[in-house]
Write a protein that binds this ligand. Structure first.
Ligand SMILES: [Zn+2]
Length: 176
């Protein structure tokens, strides 16, 4: 397994709609990608990661809400995930994103969702209900597959300020 580099916004792969994984792509390579993504998520550390964040424009997501000694116990590796049911009831959550460092944004999400996806190795269908924190994580990661990041949810003023700050942080020391 390998820790993959995480790209940050603004980036064309993060802004694009990810494509469906096709039948002939399921197997060991795709399974390895999801394991590498999980390792990357644990190393960051984070609770979710979408393939576009590691510059792979396919509909692949990993999530794991568990922490401490339980870490690893709530890992889901999802290919072509789709929300099949969602509650009217919503929940407000202050979200962060590995691809948009140092930004926290309040987002309104469905409180309960049902997700269907395919297993990366076999392509078999899976289905699971998620609530509250895990439902929020899923919806955040699925946004990435639509090319939406937290930066798109703030005012243009706030977005401009964030981009200028990141440029400063990334610039070589002599240019600061
Ligand atoms: Zn994110």
């Amino acid at each position: 397994m390998a820790v993959l580099p995480i790209i940050t916004a603004p980036h064309p792969v993060l802004a694009a709609r990810a494509r469906e994984v096709e039948a002939d792509e399921f197997g060991e390579d795709l399974d390895r990608l999801t394991r590498d993504m999980a390792e990357t998520m644990y190393a960051a550390p984070g609770v979710g990661l979408a393939a576009p964040q590691v510059e792979d424009g396919r509909r692949v997501v990993v999530i794991d809400s568990s922490s401490g000694e339980e870490r690893g116990s709530r890992l889901f590796r999802m290919v072509n995930p789709v929300i099949t049911k969602k509650s009217k009831e919503t929940i407000d959550w202050q979200e962060t994103c590995l691809s948009v460092p140092d930004l926290e944004v309040w987002v309104k999400r469905h409180k309960y969702i049902t997700v269907e996806w395919q297993d990366p190795l076999t392509g078999e269908k899976r289905e699971q209900d998620f609530e509250e924190y895990e439902a929020v994580i899923c919806q955040h990661e699925f946004d990435h597959l639509q090319g939406t990041v937290l930066l798109d949810r703030v005012s243009s003023f706030k977005r401009g300020r964030w981009i200028r700050k990141q440029k400063k942080l990334q610039a070589p020391a002599y240019a600061k």
